[in-house]
Design a protein around this ligand. Structure first.
Ligand SMILES: Nc1ncnc2c1ncn2[C@@H]1O[C@H](COP(=O)(O)OP(=O)(O)OP(=O)(O)O)[C@@H](O)[C@H]1O
Ligand SMILES: [Mg+2]
Length: 468
């Protein structure tokens, strides 16, 4: 299924904490209570229910299922030994109090970039111990909207007391000066990790050239020095940078290749040993997760998510073992979740267009002509009381739906009538249509069941008439 994978399944805080190596054990969190093991008593309140989940031992998981989550930093990163060595070699001068070269790390999603830097960070920090002369600051730029918030976040990570934190509402120049003051007050070398650095550029958060400010900050610091480590899964983002910034950031560059299936198997086996009890994995489970993820760009995050979901599917079935069938179910679930998330984030007219296509396709189960898709879209916008977009804009949106892997347009030959474009649907109708109908925009034009619910709500608000 050609649906684009999600960039990240975890909700990343802007500033990542020092990745502590939590080992297996501890309290099971999230997921489903243990398979087969009955709950101690019938819980009568949410609190009792949660307590009973926490007390129930999973028959599959050894301890915390967090071991299979994105936030967990494993103690070993198989097949990244060379990359770890290179990153450590570039950053090692910081241990001697020297300023390392700036470093850019590139690679597709889920290739271990963040994990490798977190591991090298831990190792360097262990070496320096409590010596304050090396300070790591890691910022996830995916959660940063403005140059202001980037500089404020960096400053506040360093601020030793609440009173010295940078408030909101200052001018950008004042925030910059405050951040420099905080750095100089602490002194020593700062290694500033800008994870997902390309997001600063794509979101125009760098319109005031915050990367330029950071890349030349050493000329303005007195007692501190800053080394930059940029991480990106967009291999081309530097072409959008100012030439001076590009050359400063690019002092050293490391490319992470996607994992292949055997490498993903090794990664999964390592994690599975920590996550699961002995002998709960059927032969073929790890291989299947690895094969699916290898097809999806060699993404280790996807491989781990499949394994975790497969285990949760097994628990749901109250099975004592995880089987390759659970992996297939997990894959379908993951794809549905991605499709539903993807549909939710479409622009309004694109959502209506998709709904028109799905409704037609549900009835026809065959290729749709663009003309009838336009007509159906126009009828829907008309019922919503919205002005329709032009045929040209709609064609553009069909192209976007195609890029997202939700529909497929093919050219069909019509004999003497020439050639025309037909649209086919690439998503499961039974999940996607109800997901779209839950959307407040689509609900008024959805199936009668949903419309009925909305009309009842409308009675509560007699001032509003028509679809809403
Ligand atoms: N070699 C490896 N061994 C063990 N786990 C790994 C390895 N590589 C990646 N992982 C795990 O896969 C997941 C994704 O890795 P990571 O977040 O480092 O990818 P990334 O390259 O930063 O992806 P993105 O570009 O989407 O941010 C994490 O849970 C990480 O621990
Ligand atoms: Mg990352």
């Amino acid at each position: 299924m050609p649906v684009r994978p999600l960039a990240s399944e975890a909700t990343n805080p802007a500033v990542a904490p020092v990745g502590d190596r939590r080992q297996g054990g501890g309290t099971p969190a999230g997921g489903i209570p243990g398979a087969g093991a009955p709950l101690p008593t019938t819980p009568s309140s949410a609190a009792e229910f949660l307590d009973s989940i926490l007390q129930t031992k999973s028959e599959l998981f050894r301890g915390s299922r967090e071991v299979l989550r994105d936030s967990y930093v494993p103690s070993r990163l198989p097949h990244r030994e060379e990359e770890i060595r290179k990153v450590a070699e570039i950053l090692a001068p910081a241990l001697r109090g020297e300023l390392p070269s700036n470093l850019l790390i590139y690679g597709k999603i889920g290739t271990g970039k963040t994990a490798v830097v977190a591991q090298v960070r831990q190792d360097l920090q262990r070496r320096v111990g409590s010596d304050p002369k090396l300070t790591f600051v890691t910022v996830n730029c995916g959660n940063i909207d403005t140059p202001y918030s980037l500089l404020q976040t960096i400053g506040n990570t360093i601020a030793p007391t609440e009173a010295e934190r940078i408030p909101t509402g200052w001018s950008l120049d004042r925030v910059q000066a405050a951040m420099r003051r905080l750095m100089d007050a602490k002194g020593g070398t700062f290694l500033l990790v800008l994870d997902e650095i390309d997001r600063l550029v794509s979101r125009k958060a760098d319109k005031d050239n915050v990367l330029y400010t950071l890349s030349q900050i050493n000329t303005e610091l007195e007692d501190a020095r800053v080394g930059l480590i940029g991480i990106s899964n967009d291999l081309k983002f530097t072409s959008e940078l100012d030439a001076r910034v590009r050359s400063r950031l690019n002092e050293e560059k490391i490319l992470f290749d996607p994992y292949n299936a055997p490498q993903l198997q090794d990664i999964l086996r390592d994690r599975a040993k920590e996550a699961f009890r002995d002998d709960v994995l059927d032969p073929g489970v790890v291989e299947r997760c690895a094969a699916y993820a290898a097809l999806e760009n060699g993404d280790a995050r996807r491989a781990l998510a499949l394994l975790r979901l497969a285990a949760e599917m097994a628990e749901r079935d109250r099975a004592k073992r995880i089987t390759p069938d659970h992996v297939v179910k997990a894959k379908n679930r993951l794809e549905q979740d991605i499709i539903v998330d993807c549909c939710r984030t479409l622009p309004p007219h694109c959502k209506i267009l998709l709904y028109a296509i799905l409704q037609l396709y549900e009835r026809r189960r065959a290729g749709l002509h663009t003309g009838e898709v336009f007509d159906s879209y126009r009828r829907l916008v008309d019922r919503l009381g919205l002005p329709p977009l032009t045929a040209r804009s709609i064609s553009g949106y069909i192209g976007e739906l195609e890029t997202l892997g939700l529909v497929r347009a093919t050219i069909v030959s019509r004999g003497r009538g020439g050639r025309s474009r037909e649209i086919l649907v690439d998503v499961p109708l039974s999940e996607t249509i109800p997901a779209l109908e839950e959307d407040p925009l689509i609900a008024p034009i959805g199936k009668p069941k949903n419309r009925g619910q909305l009309l009842l709500t409308n009675f509560d608000n007699p001032n509003r008439t028509g679809p809403f």
